[in-house]
Design a protein around this ligand. Structure first.
Ligand code: AMP
Ligand code: ZN
Length: 115
């Protein structure tokens, strides 16, 4: 278990690490992935430390997270051509950072199905 003190994304929320921010409000933060898998690769996170999708209970926050995606995609100019959202959850998905995050990937044709 990662504590909020140690959590990489909580450090970003607190301003101890400074990613390239693309959106921020009271509840959410979005920033560019450090190892982009597509021309546009953004991570959207709740500011609250929630380890995995299994732990997301707050419907209002869930709504905020999902409804922000289209706005960010529009801002990044990938809304019309299309993009993919991914939330990895636990070991079988390869989740590496245990602070809930939604990947937004776009800017190229993406393969389906994913591996
Ligand atoms: P996941 O495998 O779904 O847990 O994704 C974690 C993502 O966080 C990966 O795509 C990493 O490239 C990304 N990441 C790790 N460290 C940083 C960082 N310091 N700034 C931005 N993105 C990061
Ligand atoms: Zn955290």
């Amino acid at each position: 278990m990662t504590t909020e003190t140690e959590c990489l994304f909580c450090k970003m929320v607190r301003g101890e690490i400074n990613p390239q921010r693309v959106y921020e409000d009271e509840h959410l933060l979005a920033f560019r992935d450090i190892n982009p898998q597509a021309p546009v690769h953004i991570l959207l996170i709740p500011k609250q430390h929630i380890a995995t999708l299994n732990d997301l209970q707050n419907k209002d926050l869930a709504g905020r997270l999902l409804t922000q995606v289209g706005t960010i995609a529009t801002q990044e100019n990938i809304a019309e051509d299309g993009y993919r959202t991914v939330i990895n959850c636990n070991q079988n998905s390869g989740q590496e950072v245990f602070h809930l995050h939604l990947h937004i990937l776009g800017g190229r044709r993406l393969n389906w199905p994913p591996g």
